[in-house]
Design a protein around this ligand. Sequence first.
Ligand code: GUN
Length: 279
Amino acid sequence: MAQIIDGKKISAEIKEELKAKVAQLKEQGIEGTLAVIQVGNDPASSVYVNNKKRACEFIGIHSKSFELPEETTQEELLKLIDELNNDKSVNGILVQLPVPAHIDEKTIINAISPKKDVDGFHPENVGSLTIGQEGFVSCTPAGIIELLKRSDVEIAGKNCVVVGRSNIVGKPMALLMLRENATVTITHSRTANLKEVCCNADILIVAIGKKEFITGDYIKEGAVVIDVGIHRDENNKLAGDVKYDEAEVKASKITPVPGGVGPMTIAMLMNNCVEAMTR
Ligand code: GUN
Protein backbone atom coordinates (compact mmCIF):
# COMPACT_ATOMS: atom_id res chain seq x y z
CA MET A 1 0.00 0.00 0.00
CA ALA A 2 1.32 3.40 -0.96
CA GLN A 3 2.50 5.95 1.54
CA ILE A 4 0.38 9.11 1.34
CA ILE A 5 2.13 12.35 0.45
CA ASP A 6 0.35 14.83 2.72
CA GLY A 7 0.10 18.12 0.85
CA LYS A 8 -1.96 19.73 3.56
CA LYS A 9 0.73 19.11 6.16
CA ILE A 10 3.63 20.08 3.88
CA SER A 11 1.88 23.28 2.73
CA ALA A 12 1.22 24.22 6.37
CA GLU A 13 4.95 23.73 7.14
CA ILE A 14 5.92 25.96 4.20
CA LYS A 15 3.49 28.69 5.26
CA GLU A 16 4.91 28.59 8.81
CA GLU A 17 8.43 28.98 7.38
CA LEU A 18 7.27 31.90 5.23
CA LYS A 19 5.54 33.55 8.18
CA ALA A 20 8.85 33.51 10.07
CA LYS A 21 10.67 34.92 7.03
CA VAL A 22 8.12 37.72 6.62
CA ALA A 23 8.52 38.63 10.32
CA GLN A 24 12.30 38.87 9.78
CA LEU A 25 11.83 41.05 6.69
CA LYS A 26 9.47 43.30 8.64
CA GLU A 27 12.22 43.88 11.21
CA GLN A 28 14.33 45.17 8.33
CA GLY A 29 11.47 47.45 7.31
CA ILE A 30 10.44 45.38 4.28
CA GLU A 31 6.69 44.95 3.80
CA GLY A 32 4.90 42.89 1.17
CA THR A 33 1.69 43.52 -0.73
CA LEU A 34 -0.03 41.22 -3.20
CA ALA A 35 -2.62 42.77 -5.53
CA VAL A 36 -5.34 40.25 -6.37
CA ILE A 37 -7.62 41.05 -9.31
CA GLN A 38 -10.81 39.16 -10.09
CA VAL A 39 -12.99 40.10 -13.05
CA GLY A 40 -16.57 38.86 -12.73
CA ASN A 41 -17.85 36.63 -9.96
CA ASP A 42 -17.24 33.05 -10.99
CA PRO A 43 -17.88 31.19 -7.69
CA ALA A 44 -14.87 28.86 -8.01
CA SER A 45 -12.59 31.85 -8.68
CA SER A 46 -14.02 33.65 -5.66
CA VAL A 47 -13.13 30.68 -3.45
CA TYR A 48 -9.54 30.61 -4.80
CA VAL A 49 -9.15 34.38 -4.43
CA ASN A 50 -10.42 34.31 -0.84
CA ASN A 51 -8.03 31.48 0.01
CA LYS A 52 -5.15 33.49 -1.46
CA LYS A 53 -6.07 36.57 0.59
CA ARG A 54 -6.36 34.46 3.73
CA ALA A 55 -2.91 32.96 3.09
CA CYS A 56 -1.47 36.49 2.75
CA GLU A 57 -2.97 37.41 6.09
CA PHE A 58 -1.56 34.24 7.67
CA ILE A 59 2.03 34.80 6.56
CA GLY A 60 1.81 38.53 7.34
CA ILE A 61 1.73 40.29 4.00
CA HIS A 62 -0.92 42.75 2.82
CA SER A 63 -3.37 41.93 0.08
CA LYS A 64 -5.09 44.53 -2.06
CA SER A 65 -8.27 43.21 -3.54
CA PHE A 66 -9.77 44.38 -6.84
CA GLU A 67 -13.16 42.85 -7.55
CA LEU A 68 -14.11 44.15 -10.97
CA PRO A 69 -17.49 43.68 -12.66
CA GLU A 70 -17.89 41.13 -15.47
CA GLU A 71 -18.33 43.93 -18.03
CA THR A 72 -14.94 45.52 -17.26
CA THR A 73 -13.20 46.24 -20.57
CA GLN A 74 -9.75 44.98 -21.47
CA GLU A 75 -8.53 48.60 -21.58
CA GLU A 76 -9.78 49.22 -18.04
CA LEU A 77 -8.06 46.08 -16.79
CA LEU A 78 -4.81 46.99 -18.59
CA LYS A 79 -4.96 50.46 -17.03
CA LEU A 80 -5.26 48.97 -13.52
CA ILE A 81 -2.36 46.57 -14.19
CA ASP A 82 -0.26 49.49 -15.41
CA GLU A 83 -1.00 51.43 -12.22
CA LEU A 84 -0.08 48.43 -10.08
CA ASN A 85 3.11 47.83 -12.12
CA ASN A 86 4.14 51.38 -11.21
CA ASP A 87 3.00 51.24 -7.57
CA LYS A 88 6.16 50.75 -5.49
CA SER A 89 4.14 49.47 -2.51
CA VAL A 90 2.91 46.47 -4.55
CA ASN A 91 5.36 43.55 -4.95
CA GLY A 92 3.07 41.00 -6.56
CA ILE A 93 0.18 41.13 -9.03
CA LEU A 94 -2.19 38.28 -9.71
CA VAL A 95 -5.12 38.26 -12.14
CA GLN A 96 -7.33 35.29 -11.32
CA LEU A 97 -7.97 33.17 -14.42
CA PRO A 98 -10.12 32.59 -16.36
CA VAL A 99 -10.96 36.16 -17.36
CA PRO A 100 -14.28 36.80 -19.18
CA ALA A 101 -14.33 35.86 -22.90
CA HIS A 102 -14.15 39.48 -24.14
CA ILE A 103 -10.72 39.89 -22.49
CA ASP A 104 -7.65 38.30 -24.08
CA GLU A 105 -5.83 36.27 -21.42
CA LYS A 106 -2.45 36.42 -23.18
CA THR A 107 -2.58 40.22 -23.44
CA ILE A 108 -3.30 40.43 -19.70
CA ILE A 109 -0.53 38.02 -18.71
CA ASN A 110 1.95 39.89 -20.91
CA ALA A 111 0.97 43.22 -19.34
CA ILE A 112 1.96 42.24 -15.80
CA SER A 113 5.52 43.28 -14.96
CA PRO A 114 7.64 40.08 -14.94
CA LYS A 115 9.12 41.33 -11.63
CA LYS A 116 5.65 41.27 -10.04
CA ASP A 117 4.36 38.17 -11.85
CA VAL A 118 4.05 35.91 -8.79
CA ASP A 119 2.01 33.39 -10.84
CA GLY A 120 5.06 32.83 -13.06
CA PHE A 121 2.92 33.02 -16.21
CA HIS A 122 4.70 35.89 -18.04
CA PRO A 123 6.73 34.74 -21.10
CA GLU A 124 9.88 36.27 -19.57
CA ASN A 125 9.53 34.07 -16.47
CA VAL A 126 8.68 31.01 -18.56
CA GLY A 127 11.74 31.75 -20.71
CA SER A 128 13.95 32.11 -17.63
CA LEU A 129 12.79 28.71 -16.38
CA THR A 130 13.53 27.21 -19.79
CA ILE A 131 17.14 28.39 -19.86
CA GLY A 132 17.77 27.98 -16.13
CA GLN A 133 17.78 31.62 -15.10
CA GLU A 134 16.23 33.07 -11.99
CA GLY A 135 12.56 34.02 -12.24
CA PHE A 136 9.13 33.24 -10.87
CA VAL A 137 8.02 29.64 -11.38
CA SER A 138 4.41 28.58 -11.86
CA CYS A 139 3.04 27.66 -8.43
CA THR A 140 1.52 24.19 -8.94
CA PRO A 141 4.61 22.60 -10.54
CA ALA A 142 6.88 24.34 -8.03
CA GLY A 143 4.68 22.89 -5.28
CA ILE A 144 5.05 19.40 -6.71
CA ILE A 145 8.85 19.69 -6.57
CA GLU A 146 8.53 20.66 -2.89
CA LEU A 147 6.19 17.71 -2.23
CA LEU A 148 8.68 15.30 -3.78
CA LYS A 149 11.71 16.76 -1.98
CA ARG A 150 10.00 16.94 1.39
CA SER A 151 8.80 13.34 0.98
CA ASP A 152 12.36 12.13 0.30
CA VAL A 153 11.64 11.14 -3.29
CA GLU A 154 14.86 11.01 -5.28
CA ILE A 155 14.41 12.77 -8.61
CA ALA A 156 17.85 12.74 -10.27
CA GLY A 157 18.24 9.94 -12.79
CA LYS A 158 14.62 8.79 -12.49
CA ASN A 159 12.21 8.36 -15.38
CA CYS A 160 9.53 11.00 -15.00
CA VAL A 161 6.42 10.95 -17.19
CA VAL A 162 4.25 14.08 -17.21
CA VAL A 163 0.73 13.53 -18.54
CA GLY A 164 -0.57 16.86 -19.87
CA ARG A 165 1.14 19.78 -21.60
CA SER A 166 -0.61 22.92 -20.35
CA ASN A 167 1.33 26.16 -20.00
CA ILE A 168 0.47 26.36 -16.29
CA VAL A 169 1.28 22.80 -15.22
CA GLY A 170 2.54 20.25 -17.77
CA LYS A 171 5.21 22.26 -19.57
CA PRO A 172 6.76 24.00 -16.52
CA MET A 173 6.54 20.69 -14.61
CA ALA A 174 8.62 18.95 -17.27
CA LEU A 175 11.19 21.77 -17.20
CA LEU A 176 11.46 21.65 -13.41
CA MET A 177 11.92 17.87 -13.37
CA LEU A 178 14.60 18.28 -16.03
CA ARG A 179 16.29 20.91 -13.84
CA GLU A 180 16.28 18.29 -11.05
CA ASN A 181 18.05 15.89 -13.44
CA ALA A 182 15.18 13.52 -14.12
CA THR A 183 14.78 11.93 -17.55
CA VAL A 184 11.52 13.51 -18.65
CA THR A 185 8.80 12.44 -21.07
CA ILE A 186 5.87 14.78 -21.77
CA THR A 187 2.71 13.02 -22.91
CA HIS A 188 -0.72 14.28 -23.94
CA SER A 189 -4.03 13.31 -25.53
CA ARG A 190 -2.32 12.44 -28.85
CA THR A 191 0.47 10.31 -27.38
CA ALA A 192 0.62 6.83 -28.91
CA ASN A 193 0.79 3.92 -26.45
CA LEU A 194 0.23 6.19 -23.46
CA LYS A 195 -0.24 3.25 -21.12
CA GLU A 196 3.13 1.73 -22.01
CA VAL A 197 4.85 5.10 -21.70
CA CYS A 198 3.31 5.68 -18.26
CA CYS A 199 4.32 2.17 -17.14
CA ASN A 200 7.94 3.24 -17.65
CA ALA A 201 7.61 6.07 -15.09
CA ASP A 202 9.36 6.01 -11.73
CA ILE A 203 7.55 9.30 -11.08
CA LEU A 204 4.20 9.77 -12.81
CA ILE A 205 2.75 13.30 -12.73
CA VAL A 206 -0.80 13.52 -14.04
CA ALA A 207 -2.38 16.81 -15.11
CA ILE A 208 -4.65 15.76 -17.95
CA GLY A 209 -7.93 17.16 -16.61
CA LYS A 210 -9.95 13.96 -17.06
CA LYS A 211 -11.53 12.38 -14.01
CA GLU A 212 -9.89 9.07 -12.96
CA PHE A 213 -8.32 8.68 -16.40
CA ILE A 214 -5.19 6.97 -15.08
CA THR A 215 -6.09 3.50 -13.86
CA GLY A 216 -3.90 0.94 -12.11
CA ASP A 217 -2.65 -0.52 -15.39
CA TYR A 218 -0.87 2.78 -16.24
CA ILE A 219 1.27 2.52 -13.11
CA LYS A 220 4.55 0.67 -12.60
CA GLU A 221 4.84 -1.24 -9.33
CA GLY A 222 6.52 1.08 -6.80
CA ALA A 223 6.11 4.29 -8.81
CA VAL A 224 5.51 7.67 -7.17
CA VAL A 225 2.17 9.06 -8.38
CA ILE A 226 1.31 12.77 -8.29
CA ASP A 227 -2.28 13.71 -9.16
CA VAL A 228 -2.93 17.33 -10.16
CA GLY A 229 -6.57 16.82 -11.19
CA ILE A 230 -9.58 17.86 -9.19
CA HIS A 231 -13.13 16.93 -10.19
CA ARG A 232 -16.46 16.41 -8.49
CA ASP A 233 -18.20 13.10 -9.08
CA GLU A 234 -21.96 12.55 -9.29
CA ASN A 235 -22.15 12.29 -5.46
CA ASN A 236 -20.33 15.62 -5.05
CA LYS A 237 -17.23 13.74 -3.87
CA LEU A 238 -13.83 15.03 -5.03
CA ALA A 239 -11.76 12.86 -7.35
CA GLY A 240 -8.50 13.34 -9.25
CA ASP A 241 -7.15 12.43 -12.68
CA VAL A 242 -5.97 9.14 -11.13
CA LYS A 243 -8.21 6.28 -10.02
CA TYR A 244 -6.98 6.33 -6.45
CA ASP A 245 -8.15 2.87 -5.27
CA GLU A 246 -6.29 1.19 -8.09
CA ALA A 247 -3.22 3.41 -7.88
CA GLU A 248 -2.60 3.12 -4.14
CA VAL A 249 -2.02 -0.63 -4.34
CA LYS A 250 0.70 -0.23 -6.97
CA ALA A 251 2.39 3.07 -6.08
CA SER A 252 5.04 3.45 -3.39
CA LYS A 253 3.94 7.04 -2.68
CA ILE A 254 0.86 8.91 -3.83
CA THR A 255 -0.88 12.28 -3.43
CA PRO A 256 -4.55 12.11 -2.44
CA VAL A 257 -7.32 14.35 -3.81
CA PRO A 258 -8.14 16.48 -1.90
CA GLY A 259 -5.14 17.20 0.33
CA GLY A 260 -2.32 16.46 -2.11
CA VAL A 261 -1.20 18.92 -4.76
CA GLY A 262 -4.06 21.42 -4.22
CA PRO A 263 -2.86 23.06 -0.98
CA MET A 264 0.67 23.41 -2.39
CA THR A 265 -0.34 25.92 -5.07
CA ILE A 266 -1.19 28.66 -2.58
CA ALA A 267 1.85 27.85 -0.41
CA MET A 268 4.10 28.36 -3.45
CA LEU A 269 2.23 31.53 -4.42
CA MET A 270 3.11 32.84 -0.95
CA ASN A 271 6.69 31.70 -1.51
CA ASN A 272 6.79 33.74 -4.74
CA CYS A 273 5.35 36.75 -2.89
CA VAL A 274 8.11 36.55 -0.28
CA GLU A 275 10.67 36.18 -3.08
CA ALA A 276 9.19 39.30 -4.70
CA MET A 277 9.74 41.17 -1.42
CA THR A 278 13.39 40.25 -1.26
CA ARG A 279 14.31 40.93 -4.88
N1 GUN B 1 -6.85 29.95 -12.12
C1 GUN B 1 -6.64 28.64 -11.83
N2 GUN B 1 -5.39 28.48 -11.30
C2 GUN B 1 -4.83 29.70 -11.28
C3 GUN B 1 -3.57 30.17 -10.83
O1 GUN B 1 -2.70 29.44 -10.37
N3 GUN B 1 -3.37 31.52 -10.95
C4 GUN B 1 -4.30 32.34 -11.47
N4 GUN B 1 -4.00 33.64 -11.56
N5 GUN B 1 -5.47 31.93 -11.89
C5 GUN B 1 -5.74 30.63 -11.79
